[in-house]
Design a protein around this ligand. Structure first.
Ligand SMILES: Nc1ncnc2c1ncn2[C@@H]1O[C@H](COP(=O)(O)OP(=O)(O)O)[C@@H](O)[C@H]1O
Ligand SMILES: N[C@@H](CCOP(=O)(O)O)C(=O)O
Length: 324
């Protein structure tokens, strides 16, 4: 579930008085999502999304996120637009939480992405990287390689409750990742969580990207590695090289990858699998049932991590070395 903070109708009507959105017709909580509380809002001015930012999103980061969405939209990328109140502000307080209203993005996320969706996501990701290249805001990645060891240590031996030997396996894999993590690859603003539930499709076309609340500055090709992890595995755990090839080729047509980025892709993918294994593991062990955060299965990313350790080169992801 993802309505952690309740909002009463009088509270919401009073909140909307600051906007030029007409009067409230209806609102309802949206079950999907993990981090924040989201409501579908209908007013005489249209349909909107109301987001209340919960504790895991730092208030100080909100101007970066809404500024990024405004910037990307101004560069033609389809994403929710923060709606300004009459005082031109996009962020205010509601029910004790920071809150913002966004334009409604038509479409639905795809539960079973196929090759065409993987291709569309590759192109959209590169388009986002290009569109963000002149964004002036910066935000360090709080969940990059330096953060993984402390996260693993905070799980400690409890990881072995998820699978015997897991804490030692994670420590060994972190040794390998830290030793080989690339230092000089092109960086920029990355989405950092472009999973299928954050990409909408409408009538077979990609209609937009949502959920920029992990966006940050980091290695651009690491974002592609995250997408390979999130989109290109089958339900039985097998990596689908056709999907990988479609995604990477579509990405390269919009933003060419240098040879060093291609060579680094396997270690970046190991890092991506580790990042989601660790955050899922942490939540699995620490978040009480029925609490703030929806828990996702860490073992899915353990299996992906093990696959990436078998990869010998980027060719195993379907990469064509002679593609422009
Ligand atoms: N601008 C939007 N337009 C349409 N639906 C949205 C929009 N923003 C969020 N949603 C809906 O809310 C759900 C949760 O949003 P998301 O940003 O992923 O939440 P969280 O940050 O909590 O993970 C999405 O899956 C989608 O159904
Ligand atoms: N994509 C992450 C969890 C974050 O969920 P989101 O709803 O904010 O995209 C994962 O799968 O572990």
């Amino acid at each position: 579930m993802a309505v952690y903070t309740d909002v009463s109708e009088p509270q919401l009507s009073a909140f909307l008085e600051a906007y030029d959105l007409g009067t409230l017709l209806s609102y309802k909580g949206i079950a999907e999502g993990v981090e924040n509380s989201n409501f579908l809002l209908r007013t005489t001015g249209g349909t909107f999304i109301l987001t209340l930012y919960e504790k895991r999103v730092a208030r100080g980061d909100l101007p970066f996120f809404v500024g990024l969405m405004l910037h990307l939209a101004s560069r033609g990328l389809s994403c929710p637009l923060p709606v300004e109140a009459r005082d031109r502000e996009t962020l205010r307080d509601l029910a004790g939480r920071p809150a913002a209203v966004f334009t409604f993005l038509e479409g639905m996320w795809t539960r079973r992405p196929g090759v065409p969706e993987c291709r569309d996501v590759g192109a959209a990701l590169a388009g986002m990287h290009a569109a963000a290249s002149d964004f002036s805001g910066t935000r360090p990645n709080a969940l990059s390689v330096d953060a993984w060891r402390p996260l693993a240590e905070s799980c400690g031996a409890d990881a072995d409750r998820v699978e015997p030997g897991l804490s030692a396996e994670i420590a060994a894999e972190l040794d390998a990742i830290e030793a080989a993590w690339p230092q000089h690859l092109p960086t920029g603003v990355i989405h950092a969580d472009l999973f299928p539930d954050n990409v909408f499709f409408l009538g077979g076309q990609l209609s937009g990207l949502i959920d920029f609340y992990f966006a940050c500055n980091d290695i651009l090709a690491y974002d592609l590695a995250i997408c390979l992890c999130a989109w290109c595995f089958e339900a039985d755990g097998a990596f689908n090289v056709t999907k990988g090839r479609a995604m990477i080729e579509a990405y390269r047509r919009v933003r060419p990858l240098s040879e060093v980025e291609i060579v680094a892709l396997p270690i970046l993918a190991r890092g991506a699998a580790m990042r989601f294994l660790l955050t899922r593991l942490y939540d699995w062990l620490n978040v009480p049932d029925g609490s703030f955060v929806t828990k996702k299965d860490p073992k899915e990313y353990l299996r992906k991590s093990r696959f990436h350790r078998t990869v010998r080169s980027a060719a195993d992801y379907g990469i064509e070395m002679d593609c422009p």
